[in-house]
Design a protein around this ligand. Structure first.
Ligand SMILES: Cc1cc2nc3c(=O)[nH]c(=O)nc-3n(C[C@H](O)[C@H](O)[C@H](O)COP(=O)(O)OP(=O)(O)OC[C@H]3O[C@@H](n4cnc5c(N)ncnc54)[C@H](O)[C@@H]3O)c2cc1C
Length: 529
């Protein structure tokens, strides 16, 4: 069909070495109104449960619902009159996969386009292999902690590890989950189209070099790649990103981790447990700047200080040169405020954990008048793509890391499910403030909603009161039985389940109950004020 359309743009599978240079730090704006809720916790079992604490809900204006329905029914301009699919998804990461399964469940004829391997970042280069490494570091840490073992009455001789064995564990787990994902889609009839996908026009996508596919609705779910600031030369051996680190090809004696967000922090847990010395380099004035300050301080006391992790805050790494000819990795630091040279570090390796950049290159968005913003695809609160003139593009959605609303796996799938709900006729707005984030260090950190300062700032502007409830794990019997009483929790109610956590089985249970009883999921309600 339409084989006369031959676009010469051929792009190989996403090249994760060719990193986007735009800042990945999207300014996230939530369309929903303030929520005086928050939860932050630091403890061994990260948020398996989570909470919206959304207390207010709006009934959507019927005019918006009408707009939505008419958008999905209209067939504008050069759009085809009949379609190969009801839904076509570009990108088979967790976002695309979640959308595909839900779409079939809803009776949509669905295809998913993948230019690399099924599973995307989460399965192949993110959540899954990193959690496999963290499972190892958690056990190593327990075995190394004589004080902890003694408190439990245990005696264990020195703990050691086999690097290749650990690397194989992570790699094998990724393969297993990748196969599961592929099989789950094939089993229910999702067509997996192999090749790089690009948008040719409304409701029309090119796959690979010459295949053209049409669909009533299209979801862009192309994910992200590691962001590497200018001046940093990644060689994949001594200057690495998370893509390389997860392969665990070496365990350096001394590694600098540039960026102390959740990815950097999780790797510090792995490397210190395996025997590396770690130095953090952080541009802001405190480590873990994204966390609630109280949780940040507690994390510093529990995760940083006892592990003798060194750190430089308020500095930028302007130049990092890989190790070569017997010389170490050289890191040049400047003061983040004055821009004056501050220090030079010589280390065995450097891990660049400065965030993620959307992978939206070569998508053909210019064919439909869509301009990315710092690489992210602009969307409204329903994940509908907005064009360069500020208008909604009918039938086109973008979910997951590529839209930058919340760069987490469970957020990507929740967005995918939300879009499918919409294209099957149910208006739907996801409340991102009710989606938790977790950092799987030992102990773990999890959070949902606003931090305390954010809530206070909002309260001052918008005239409501913030109430803080706080409790400690010190009085929790299970925590004390585990000798893991360090940690606190602040105010919490439940909503989306963080990925990967054991409590996701509850989510699955809920979803299967929904199929039978048509109960709506807590995240799938239109939410606002
Ligand atoms: C080290 C690390 C650890 C992480 N740990 C967690 C965690 O514990 N929990 C959590 O929630 N999140 C975690 N994340 C984040 C999580 O991996 C991402 O938020 C999630 O993978 C985003 O899903 P996605 O579907 O948007 O994109 P991706 O998973 O990146 O999938 C995008 C897919 O699209 C394909 N693609 C791209 N462009 C095209 C194209 N034009 N045509 C065809 N195919 C294309 C890609 O090959 C890829 O398969 C982690 C990330 C990293 C890096």
């Amino acid at each position: 069909m339409q084989s006369s359309l031959s676009l010469s743009l051929t792009i190989p599978r996403p090249n994760h070495a060719a990193l986007a240079r735009d800042s990945p730090f999207a300014k996230i704006s939530h369309s929903t109104k303030p929520i005086n809720l928050r939860f932050c916790g630091l403890r061994r079992e990260a948020l398996g449960f989570s909470s919206p604490i959304l207390t207010r809900r709006v009934h959507l204006h019927s005019s918006r619902a009408t707009q939505l329905v008419s958008a999905s029914l209209s067939n504008n301009g050069s759009a085809p009159k009949s379609f190969d699919y009801d839904l076509l998804i570009i990108g088979a990461g967790v976002g695309g996969h979640g959308a595909a399964l839900h779409a079939v469940e809803k009776g949509l004829k669905t295809a998913i386009v993948e230019g690399d391997v099924v599973g995307g970042t989460c399965v192949n280069r993110g959540c899954v292999p990193s959690k496999a490494l963290l499972a190892v570091s958690g056990r190593m840490r327990e075995l190394q902690n004589e004080h902890h073992l003694k408190a439990l009455g245990l005696q264990v001789s020195a703990a050691g590890y086999d690097r290749q064995g650990v690397a194989d564990h992570a790699n094998n787990l990724a393969s297993k989950i990748r196969n599961n994902l592929t099989n789950s889609m094939k089993a229910i009839g999702v067509d997996i189209l192999t090749g790089f996908g690009s948008v040719l026009g409304p409701q029309k996508v090119k796959v690979g070099s010459d295949k053209v596919v049409t669909a009533k609705n299209i979801i862009i779910a192309t994910g992200s790649v590691p962001f590497v600031p200018k001046g940093i030369e990644v060689d994949g051996k001594t200057v690495i990103t998370s893509d390389h680190a997860l392969k665990l090809e070496s365990v350096p004696d001394w590694i600098a981790i540039v960026g102390s967000g959740y990815i950097g922090l999780e790797f510090s847990d792995v490397y210190t447990a395996l025997g590396s010395e770690v130095t953090f380099i952080e541009a802001l004035d405190q480590l873990m700047p994204g966390f609630d300050p109280e949780i940040g301080k507690l994390a510093q006391r529990v995760l940083i200080n006892p592990r003798k992790i060194d750190y430089h805050t308020g500095v930028f790494a302007t130049k990092i040169t890989p190790a070569k000819d017997g010389k170490p990795v050289i890191i040049e630091l400047i003061d983040a405020k004055t821009k004056e040279p501050k220090d030079t570090l010589e280390v065995d390796a450097a891990l660049i954990a400065t965030g993620r950049a959307p992978f939206t290159q070569g998508l053909g968005l210019e064919n439909i008048n869509v301009a990315t913003q710092r690489g992210f695809v602009p969307v409204d609160e329903r994940m509908r793509v907005i064009d360069a003139d500020g208008k909604l593009v009918p039938h086109l959605y973008c979910i997951g890391d590529a839209n930058g609303k919340m760069m987490l796996a469970h957020a990507a799938s929740a967005q995918g499910i939300s879009v499918v709900e919409q294209v099957t006729g149910r208006d739907h707005v996801l409340n991102h403030l009710s989606i938790p984030a977790a950092c799987f260090t030992h102990p773990e950190i999890s959070m949902v909603g606003l931090t305390e300062p954010q809530a206070r700032e909002k309260a001052e502007k918008e005239g409501f009161e913030v109430s803080i409830a706080k409790t400690s794990f010190k009085a929790n019997t299970k925590a004390l039985a585990e000798n893991e009483g360090e940690g606190i929790a602040k105010d919490i109610k439940l909503a989306v389940h963080a990925h990967p956590t054991l409590s996701e089985v509850l989510d699955e249970l809920f979803k299967s109950a929904k199929v039978k009883a048509h109960v709506s999921s807590p995240v799938s309600e239109p939410v606002a004020v």
